[in-house]
Design a protein around this ligand. Structure first.
Ligand code: GCU
Length: 636
């Protein structure tokens, strides 16, 4: 629901508002500041921010998407003076491109200008919009101008769905904050900083990679930079509903369990939760900290539980005296029982596929609902009921679409390969990204698994790091499962998972590349998987590269036939694993990767897609579908 509302504001009593804001909101804020790693812009000294607004599209907002002027700034000349000192840390706080200065007359020289600069479509990465920026890693400044008329008694937030990787944000020439992490939402309160009339927001985005980042230096996906998701100016009452969880209790289809969190001066008040179609109406009273637990018995007979077969979403209204929000929520339980996996109490097989947040047809981050629906529909065409959204949080829209289309979701944070395990600030960043992901999607029925990482190498420091992440996600949400994509070990013809992290997660979930990175189609059948965990076994990745349209015998690498036979072999190997409860082969479509330079077979594409970059379904796509049709029958 996108309501665009001309924002009207009489700037009278802003100071009173700011004072009220300053003294409350002891709720945990976003830790925006991570110490500067080498060569990085100095972090901003931040004031504590209230938690990221939940259900942002359900609030009054102005969408700031559209054409933004941009300036490419490889030497960060718009951020640092010639002594490499940040302008926004100087005594005046000005001097950088965020001043949006214009020469007052012919005698004055200003060495940059947004006016007349080219524009980017926002949301959108810069790499796919300007061939010169296809591989660009560095700083780009982006400017948008908008009209606002802020109102008394209202609060205002600049909200970003995602900016890759480090963002510094300025409003009307003043710094409002900075953020690290390319795939999760963040916001800055700008109450009292909006002008009545024309406003200017300027973002410095920098996608330069660093060892101490999350993700770190080395990944197998394109480092798309920029403002890749929606930008909104949101308006809330002074006291508003900041966050809530309205979901079924763990393993209990007869009770809704959750909480409501109010923020603001009147945060202690009655809040009513209404689900008309389910005959639910319950009132709770939030305490001095603005929080109230929610526990509502349900008449099971009246409920249509959310599932891929029947993705029923209910309109849920959360109403307080000062604020009201609507949401569309599905109700389902997900749990494990030994090696069994139960959705709404019934065994389920996760017929899945992995995918990146990228449109292969016009390489770039998915640009909107059309792109997202295309990807999920391709998965449905393969008879999937589940997707692994790799390797980082995809957009909120994508998750809502999965809710609507009835597709179960594995959601993941980009703790990928070899991270700087020992550094507390790196852990803080990873933990913050995980918190922001859960905070954003905690009411989405489609999301059943939170993944804390992919192919991370076993070591003491890593085990501690990942163990803490697993604990963190359990404190944030008890209703879903915790997973991670682990690696396998081979002893002779036996393939096992020996990873202490497996004891901390709810699944025996792992990647294995039998037949591609090790062994081949001829030999791979001699191997067998030994999984010694009393947990559902989920294969998070297997696969092989095939250049779409290349046909040969099934021994010939890169051919569709090789990929197809490998899938058939994999099904035989995997079906032999007693606790097998799902899989997400690597990968739905070919995707861009800077690690894939082979001039003929790859051309900087990872070719493990079951669909090529032109949208062509490869042989193995149909083999996969046939396997899932059979699994669907088996678990009917
Ligand atoms: C890895 C990794 C993927 C990568 C894939 C591949 O396991 O998790 O991100 O793209 O293998 O090598 O194709």
């Amino acid at each position: 629901m996108r309501s665009v509302l001309k924002l009207l504001l009489v700037s009278g009593c802003l100071s009173a508002l700011a004072a009220a804001w300053a003294q409350d909101d002891q709720a945990p804020g976003q830790a925006m500041v991570v110490p500067a790693a080498g060569g990085r812009a100095a972090p901003t000294v931040m004031t504590k921010q209230p938690p990221t607004l939940h259900n942002i599209y359900g609030r009054t907002h102005l969408l700031l998407d559209g054409r933004w002027n941009y300036i490419v700034d490889p030497y960060e000349a718009g951020y640092y003076n010639y002594r490499h000192q940040p302008f926004d840390q100087s005594a005046t706080g000005s001097g950088g491109f965020y001043d949006d200065r214009k020469p007052k007359d012919k005698t004055e020289s200003v060495e940059y200008s947004f006016d007349g600069s080219p524009t980017l479509a926002i949301p959108g990465d810069w790499n796919s919009q300007n061939a010169k920026l296809e591989t660009y890693e560095g700083t780009v400044w982006m400017r948008q101008q908008f009209r606002a008329a802020p109102k008394d008694g209202k609060r205002y937030f600049l909200y970003f769905g995602a900016v890759n990787y480090e963002a510094h944000v300025y409003l009307n020439g003043k710094k409002v904050g900075s953020h690290k992490g390319g795939f999760t939402p963040f916001q800055f309160e700008v109450t009292g900083r909006l002008l009545n009339g024309q406003n200017t927001v300027i973002v410095k985005a920098d996608n330069t990679r660093h060892q101490d980042d999350i993700p770190t230096l080395n990944t197998d996906w394109w480092n798309y930079g920029g403002i890749t998701r929606d930008v909104l100016l949101a308006e809330t009452p002074d006291t508003y509903i900041a966050d809530y969880q309205i979901q079924l209790a763990k393993g209990d289809m007869g009770r809704i369990e959750g909480y409501v969190q109010m923020t603001g001066a009147q945060r202690s008040q009655d809040v009513t939760i209404t689900i008309p179609e389910a005959g639910v109406k319950a009132t709770v009273h939030t305490g001095a900290d603005g929080r109230a637990a929610v526990s509502i018995p349900l008449a099971k007979t009246k409920m249509r539980y959310w599932s891929p077969e029947d993705p029923k979403l209910y309109t849920v209204t959360i109403a307080a005296a000062t604020d009201k929000l609507n949401d569309r929520i599905g109700f389902r339980t997900i749990e494990t029982r030994g090696q069994d996996l139960l959705l709404n109490g019934k065994s389920v097989f996760l017929r899945g596929i992995s995918l990146h947040d990228e449109n292969p047809l016009i390489p770039g981050r998915l640009r909107g609902e059309g792109d997202m629906r295309m990807m999920l529909q391709w998965a449905k065409d393969m008879n999937c009921n589940y997707v692994r959204l790799a390797h980082y949080p995809h957009s909120e829209e994508m998750i809502k679409l999965a809710d609507e289309m009835g597709i179960l979701v594995w959601a993941e944070v980009p703790v990928y390969w070899t991270i700087s395990w020992e550094k507390p600030e790196v852990y803080a960043n990873a933990s913050q990204q995980l918190t922001d992901l859960v905070t954003r999607d905690r009411n989405r029925a489609s999301v059943i698994i939170w993944s804390i990482g992919n192919e991370t190498p076993v070591s003491e420091a890593r085990n501690v790091f990942m163990g803490k992440l697993a604990d963190t996600v359990r404190t944030l949400d008890r209703t879903r499962l915790v997973g991670a994509a682990l690696e396998v070990h081979r002893k002779g013809d036996e393939v096992t998972v020996e990873d202490p992290l497996a004891d901390k997660i709810d699944l025996a979930s792992f990647n294995e590349y039998a037949g591609w990175y090790w062994s081949n189609n001829k030999e791979m059948m001699k191997f067998s998987f030994k999984v010694n965990y009393n947990k559902p076994v989920i294969i998070t990745e297997f696969g092989a590269d095939a250049l779409g349209g290349l046909h040969a015998d099934d021994d010939t690498r890169w051919s569709e036939e090789y990929q197809d036979l490998l899938y058939k072999n994999q099904f035989k190997l995997l079906d032999a694993i007693p606790g097998l409860r799902g899989m997400t082969p690597w990968v739905l479509t070919d995707f861009r990767s800077p690690r894939r330079p082979h001039p003929y077979y790859q051309d900087f594409w990872n070719r493990k897609g079951l669909i090529s970059e032109t949208g062509k379904k490869k042989l193995a796509f149909y083999t996969m579908k046939a396997y899932y049709d059979q699994k669907q029958q088996q678990y009917k």
